[in-house]
Design a protein around this ligand. Structure first.
Ligand code: 5MM
Length: 358
């Protein structure tokens, strides 16, 4: 069918409303959708075993931070957490909704090697996605996330970019058909020695294709959210960029590629330190933007919190305070009012790991 004859998702109004709620002033997304393997790595870093009980304990700590909803509008969950209860026996989803936080769900099935490419990967998960999405909606999820990656040192090959863009577009259409606002996340990995101009070129190519296929798949732009990487030099590039440079390049990319109909741009942190991610976001919000420019961080929100907790019940309160500090700092950065004063050394530590595979 031509774009003009395609029926709109019966959820269209709700999708627009959900996207606007998530992209509301002074708020952003807490990404806490680590798959079991990744969560295991996080727990191992504080000497804990990767058991369901330990994952439940950490996620209970995260969702029940008092006052979190003032700064956090959405939380992305892994499937296990969507169906899980807190240690106290309350549904995690209900705890979030009580705080005015919209529950979301990671729907991709992870990355695998892309045959015929230069050692690149593609993201699986389209088979059965419609029925899974319908079940997640029933369970209380109102938005979804699909993360695929593009590697600069390994190409990116035309094949890898096309596959990433097409996969994101099919996922977005299926999500909207089932009432879930899709977060579109083509992460351009930090790995490499390339400079910021090279990242800018690759990002322009990637976003051009993503929007080409989103349009071909009749995705409602008002009912999606984006999760881009900021435009930075490769992690091993000798020239570092200031927050002002990152903001200039990134906003220039967005202006050239992203229609203003898209309500929210929720950046990933990608291995930046907690403070770096906040400073860069703040720099991007020094003047008005056509979209809500905010955060959807995992490591850059959770790191100090996780280290402070270290698996000890007596540290839960301090760890929750640490998460609130980061959430508030990023909320201020969304409003362009973050000053960077009084940050801890832990929050200034970078988290990039070369060749990191989740
Ligand atoms: C939470 O981490 C997500 C990836 O988890 P798995 O690979 O284990 O499924 C990831 O998509 C994350 O949401 C984004 O990369 C943002 O996280 P960062 O740490 O880059 O802000």
């Amino acid at each position: 069918p031509s774009a003009l004859t395609v029926r709109a998702s019966s959820y269209a109004d709700e999708l627009v409303k959900t996207a606007k709620t998530i992209a509301s002033p002074g708020r952003g997304i807490l990404a806490m959708d680590e798959s079991n393997a990744t969560c295991g790595k996080r727990l191992a870093s504080i000497g804990m075993e990767n058991t369901e009980a330990n994952r439940q304990a950490f996620r209970t700590l995260l969702v029940s931070v008092p006052g979190l909803g003032e700064y956090i509008s959405g939380a992305i969950l892994f499937e296990e957490t969507l169906y899980q209860s807190t240690v106290e026996g309350k549904k995690m989803v209900d705890v979030l909704v009580e705080q005015n936080i919209v529950p979301g769900i990671k729907v991709d099935k992870g990355l695998v090697p892309l045959a015929g490419s230069n050692n690149e990967s593609w993201c699986q998960g389209l088979d059965g996605l419609a029925s899974r999405s319908a079940a997640y909606y029933q369970q209380g999820a109102r938005f979804a996330k699909w993360r695929t990656v593009v590697s600069i040192p390994n190409g990116p090959s035309a094949l890898a970019v096309k596959e990433a863009a097409w996969g994101l577009a099919r996922y977005a259409a299926i999500s909207q058909d089932n009432g879930l606002v899709p977060i579109v996340e083509p992460e351009i990995l930090l790995d490499g020695e390339h400079n910021i101009d090279r990242t800018f070129e690759v990002a322009k190519q990637v976003w051009a294709e993503v929007f080409f296929y989103l349009a071909q798949n009749n995705v409602l732009f008002e009912g999606i959210l984006l999760k881009p990487s900021m435009v930075t030099p490769g992690a091993e590039c000798k020239e570092k960029a200031t927050p002002q440079q990152v903001a200039d390049y990134t906003l220039s990319l967005l202006r050239q590629r992203i229609p203003p109909a898209v309500p929210g741009i929720m950046f990933l942190s990608g291995g930046q330190s907690e403070v770096e991610a906040t400073l860069n976001l703040n720099a991007m919000n020094q003047s008005p933007n056509p979209w809500h420019v905010s955060f959807s961080y995992a490591r850059a929100l959770q790191n100090t919190c996780l280290k402070t907790w270290s698996g000890r019940p007596e540290n839960v309160k301090a760890a929750q305070d640490a998460l609130l500090v980061r959430a508030k700092a990023n909320s201020l950065a969304q409003l362009g009012k973050y000053t960077g004063e009084g940050e801890s050394d832990e929050a200034k530590k970078g988290m990039f790991v070369k060749g990191y595979v989740y």
